[in-house]
Design a protein. Structure first.
Length: 381
């Protein structure tokens, strides 16, 4: 089976390369020196590239160039040391995984076989004129510096609508680890939570995630529920979140993450990994002031917002203190969507223990659900 899959290894012929070569002896390997990788690769159509730490090219620049030249390629990055900053950088650049060799030599073959299987199977998911490729999932983070903005409701409605309006593989992660919240809006009651992945977090794969996740009954959206336990939350650190997101990227098209307002290492991990940050705010002066504080904090922490952060205006209406035009005047980030105030419709759904959406092409939607649908459809085009 494996000899059918050609693996392109980019790096230097050294001890690291020899270790990888020996571990992947069952595959057809093509070695390419890092200095001339693009010229060599243009003679092929690589589906899987393994980038090794090397002294010639920055791994981030190399991965960026590979993705630009070969958009369909799946990339695995291999280093001999753990470096979480580099892990974030190469993952954001487009690498599917970051393995430390020889420490993770036992999982190298499994990772490569998984990538090989994904490249042989074309994604069946398609939306409008576009299509989804498994293994290149987008992390969409919902955040707000101000409590009570409606972030959790919007993130759950967005995730469920995205699943109903497309054939994409979507998973929702509730990182409000102490108190939860997503299960209330999605009508789910379960004893399982994302904390159950802790024993396998260093070998985590799609099978583990699907065993722990719950499915929302109407849309079949997959959810990793919060443990709702402050003591258990302490055992979830930055590395845990990073590994979880990396595993989800390999298996889902969209990963929707609801982050608590308080900034900690877990929130930081998501915000640095995210492809987009949806910042939820209301149309009032306190929300603008909090956003300014958030912006300053992001700058101190080195969290990039340019071309990543977008504003979601929640609970809009005639009675608001400010308007969308005011926000655009005071805030430099683009307003991505507006969701109307809909206390009656949303509260009725919560009281009934049901989500706001029930089926695709639903005709009778409450105003808030209509606005979220419009937002999702515009994003998918």
């Amino acid at each position: 089976m494996s000899k059918e899959t050609k693996l392109f290894i980019i790096g230097e012929e050294n001890g690291l390369y020899n270790t990888v070569k020996e571990a992947l002896a069952e595959f057809e390997l093509v070695f390419i020196e890092a200095q001339n990788y693009l010229a060599e690769l243009k003679r092929h159509e690589p589906q899987i590239a393994i980038v090794l730490k090397n002294g010639f090219e920055s791994p981030v620049d190399l991965i960026h160039s590979l993705i630009k030249e070969f958009p369909a390629v799946s990339i695995l990055f291999i280093h001999d040391l753990q470096d979480f900053q580099l892990l974030r950088d190469v993952t954001r650049a487009g690498a599917m995984d970051y393995l430390v060799i020889p420490d993770e030599i036992n999982v190298l073959t499994d990772r490569v076989q998984s990538l090989a299987a994904q490249t042989r199977t074309k994604s069946e998911a398609a939306v409008s004129a576009g299509s989804f490729k498994r293994g290149r999932g987008q992390v969409l983070a919902f955040y707000s510096g101000k409590g009570g903005s409606g972030k959790t409701f919007l993130s759950t409605a967005f995730a469920q609508t995205l699943k109903l309006e497309s054939t994409a593989q979507v998973i929702y992660i509730d990182l409000n680890l102490q108190y939860g919240g997503a299960e209330t809006f999605l009508g789910i009651d379960s004893n399982r939570s994302l904390i159950d992945l802790k024993p396998v977090i260093h070998e985590i794969n799609e099978h583990h995630i699907r065993n722990v996740s719950e499915k929302e009954g109407f849309s079949k959206l997959e959810i990793l529920i919060s443990p709702k336990d402050a003591e258990l939350a302490e055992s979830v650190d930055e590395e845990y979140i990073t590994r979880l997101l990396r595993a989800c990227r390999r298996s889902y098209d969209f990963i929707i993450v609801d982050i608590p307002s308080a900034m900690d290492e877990r929130s930081y991990a998501v915000l640095t990994e995210a492809d987009r940050i949806f910042y939820v705010m209301n149309l009032n002066t306190p929300s603008i002031k909090v956003l300014k504080h958030v912006e300053e904090l992001f700058q101190r922490l080195g969290i990039v917002t340019e071309d990543r952060l977008e504003i979601i205006l929640n609970e809009t209406g005639k009675e608001n203190e400010l308007s969308k035009k005011d926000i655009e005047r005071f805030v430099k980030y683009p307003v991505r969507a507006e969701v109307r105030r809909d206390l009656k419709g949303v509260q009725a759904a919560v009281n009934q223990g049901k989500p706001v959406r029930k089926e695709p092409k639903e005709k009778k939607l409450i105003p808030a659900a209509k606005d979220v649908q419009k937002w999702v459809v515009s994003m998918l085009k």
